[in-house]
Design a protein around this ligand. Structure first.
Ligand SMILES: Nc1ncnc2c1ncn2[C@@H]1O[C@H](COP(=O)(O)OP(=O)(O)OP(=O)(O)O)[C@@H](O)[C@H]1O
Length: 368
């Protein structure tokens, strides 16, 4: 039998719990079969509600949810062929690892021997063979999580839904389990939908990152695109690593714009194809913190094609392979440069130093 398709389409789904406010507000999204998709956003933005609607634990107020082309709204969870892995792993304390995993097959009407045989194969896949006879209480957090993952995967779902799966683990284990999740997803070849409020987690794992705010999708794209081409101030600030400045379009000349921002001398930047800004528009611009270079003023004049912003060093924070240099705010916006560690220590700056923050004009991004 051909493997069931696990592509998902959310078509205009909304959810209101109280009939007045919307936890999810008109979401449209296609998630390809076999993708690792992360929903990312601050607490309360509706991530879990979307997950629960896909699983069938919650009905949308309006809209359609298609899995493998089939509208699943109204179908009970077991008929959707999705499985959910919860934050608290919800393992049975009196059953061994093997029995916990086999238990998920009880509804399938398999004999106990068959269930245990399948469980053994899954135990091997999640690398728990040595621990198969232990009780959950005798396992570490990471090991318990693997059991939970195996228990969800053994039902052969076409979509695996994970709600903040790594939040109970410490930092080191989180990184390890992140790799483990990705490995499992590749091995099983099914769609994973993972809810998180941690940017790094989403960026490290996902083929498709969905950034949400107040029940709506702000941007859905690859991690690299979201980071290097954020759509607006919200996404840029939420993903981090960027300076976002409020500015103005002073004038336009074909595909270039003369941009000014508070205290930033006017500079020319290329406009992307299809840009619709007009002269005089108030805009936001973003520049990556690692695209900013710091220079000592010493009579240095920025050549054409570079933006230059005179500033004072407010704070310096060592971060290992780079140094975070915080500069005086630009208007309301903070401004930070990430200087490679070796470069910084070849000519260190200290608090109070006057510097020129400069970057290639082409590295400036116009946010809509
Ligand atoms: N069962 C419920 N009844 C009423 N309101 C709810 C219910 N579940 C969630 N909400 C509300 O819906 C909104 C979205 O909640 P949801 O749990 O989907 O957000 P989230 O992004 O997953 O947040 P978190 O990261 O904190 O889990 C919130 O305002 C929340 O208070």
């Amino acid at each position: 039998m051909a493997r069931a398709r696990g592509d998902i389409e959310l078509a205009g789904i909304s959810k209101s719990y109280d009939g007045a406010t919307y936890a999810v507000d008109g979401v449209n999204l296609r998630i390809p079969d076999g993708a690792y998709c992360c929903f990312l956003g601050p607490s309360g933005c509706g991530k879990t509600t979307i997950l629960r609607m896909i699983a069938g634990h919650e009905d949308p107020t309006s809209g359609e949810i298609l899995i493998g082309g089939e509208d699943v709204v109204g179908l009970p969870p077991v008929e959707r062929r999705t499985a959910m892995m919860f934050q608290s792993y919800a393992l049975f304390p009196h059953l061994t690892v093997r029995e916990n995993i086999a238990f998920a097959l009880r509804v399938r009407g398999l004999s106990k021997a068959d269930r245990l045989r399948s469980a053994d194969a899954m135990v091997e896949k999640v690398r728990l063979t040595e621990l198969a006879g232990r009780l959950p209480g005798q396992l570490s957090g990471g090991q318990q999580q693997r059991v939970a993952l195996a228990r969800a995967a053994i039902t052969e779902p076409r979509v695996l839904l994970l709600d903040e799966p790594l939040s109970a683990l410490d930092e080191q284990l989180r990184v390890q389990m992140r790799q483990e999740l990705r490995r499992m997803q590749r091995e099983l070849g099914i769609t994973f939908i993972h809810v998180t409020h941690t940017q790094l987690e989403a960026v490290a794992l996902a083929d498709l990152v969905v950034v949400m705010e107040k029940g709506r999708i702000k941007q859905a794209a690859s991690a690299r695109e979201i980071y290097s081409a954020p759509q607006d101030r919200y996404v840029a600030e939420f993903m981090g690593g960027q300076n976002v400045l409020a500015g103005n379009v002073q004038s336009l000349d074909g595909a270039t714009a003369m941009i000014t921002a508070s205290e930033l001398p006017a500079f020319e930047m290329p406009l992307g194809a299809g840009s619709r800004v007009k002269s005089g528009d108030a805009i936001d611009i973003a520049v990556r913190r690692d695209d900013v270079e710091l220079r000592r003023p010493d009579g240095w004049v920025a050549p054409a094609g570079r933006a230059a912003l005179p500033r004072r060093v407010l704070a310096v924070e060592y971060q290992g392979n780079f140094v975070k240099v915080m500069l005086d705010a630009v208007g309301q916006d903070e401004f930070v440069a990430y200087v490679p560690e070796r470069q910084f220590f070849a000519q260190p700056f200290t608090v109070g130093d006057v510097v020129v923050a400069t970057w290639k004009a082409e590295h400036t991004r116009l946010l809509v």
